[in-house]
Design a protein. Structure first.
Length: 206
C-alpha cells in the first residue's frame, strides 16, 4: 500500500489503518527534510483518501518511553490528542502484535456485519433546531459533507449563502486552503469538487 499499512474491505465499508509502534511514532515526530515530522506527511496522505474509514493504530506500551528514551511521555499523549483533533482520525491503542492481530480481526468482522442504517448527522431531525443548527443541516445536505466539514465551511464563509457563493465562484484549491485554516487540514479535493458540481449544475425538475 502506498498509504496505510492495512486495508480492510467489507460489505459495510472500508477501513485504512496506519500502524505505528510506540518507538516508530516517536521516531516519526523528528523533523525531516521538509522541517516537519514524517508522521504529519503520512497523516496528510491518509486524510486525502476518500470513501473509507481512517484509523491510526499505536502498538506497544507507552511506558517504554520512560525506560528506553529521554522523551517526555506527555509529548506522545499531546501528539495523539493533536492527531485526533486536527485530522479527525481515531487512534486505537494495542498492547503488542497479538493485540494488533486481534483488533484487525475484530475490525474486519465488524465491517462484514450488516447493520441497520444509522445517520448521526443533524439531518436525522430538524423539527426543533436553532438557526445555526438549521444552517449546518443545509450544508450537510451536500454530498459527502459531514458535520466537521459543514461546521468549518460555515465558520469560514459566515453563512449558508456565503458557502454557496464560495462553491459557485471560487476555485477548488482556494476553497481548500481557506477552509484548512478553520478545519486544521485541507478538505479532500473530490469532496469540494462534488459539492461545487451540485451547486453549479442546472437541474430540470419535471
Amino acid at each position: 500500500l502506498e498509504v496505510g499499512d492495512y486495508l480492510l474491505d467489507g460489505v459495510e465499508g472500508v477501513a485504512l489503518i496506519e500502524r505505528k509502534t510506540v518507538m516508530d511514532l516517536l521516531s516519526s515526530m523528528k523533523p525531516d527534510e521538509t522541517g516537519r515530522g514524517r508522521i504529519w506527511s503520512q497523516l496528510d496522505q491518509l486524510s486525502e483518501i476518500d470513501s473509507c474509514e481512517k484509523i491510526l493504530l499505536v502498538e506497544g506500551w507507552i511506558g517504554l518511553i520512560r525506560k528506553l528514551t529521554r522523551w517526555d511521555e506527555a509529548s506522545l499523549y499531546r501528539l495523539i490528542e493533536s492527531i485526533q483533533k486536527s485530522y479527525i482520525i481515531p487512534v486505537v491503542h494495542t498492547a503488542d502484535w497479538r493485540g494488533t492481530a486481534l483488533y484487525l480481526i475484530a475490525k474486519y468482522k465488524s465491517l462484514q456485519e450488516r447493520r441497520e442504517p444509522r445517520d448521526l448527522r443533524l439531518r436525522a431531525s430538524s423539527a426543533s433546531m436553532t438557526v445555526e443548527e438549521q444552517a449546518l443541516y443545509v450544508i450537510e445536505g451536500l454530498p459527502r459533507v459531514g458535520p466537521a466539514l459543514a461546521k468549518a465551511l460555515l465558520k469560514t464563509y459566515g453563512s449558508v449563502k456565503g458557502v454557496i457563493d464560495a462553491l459557485a465562484a471560487k476555485p477548488t484549491p482556494l476553497i481548500r486552503e481557506e477552509v484548512a485554516k478553520t478545519l486544521g487540514k485541507r478538505p479532500p479535493e473530490p469532496v469540494i469538487k462534488q459539492a461545487k458540481e451540485v451547486v453549479l449544475k442546472r437541474i430540470e425538475v419535471c
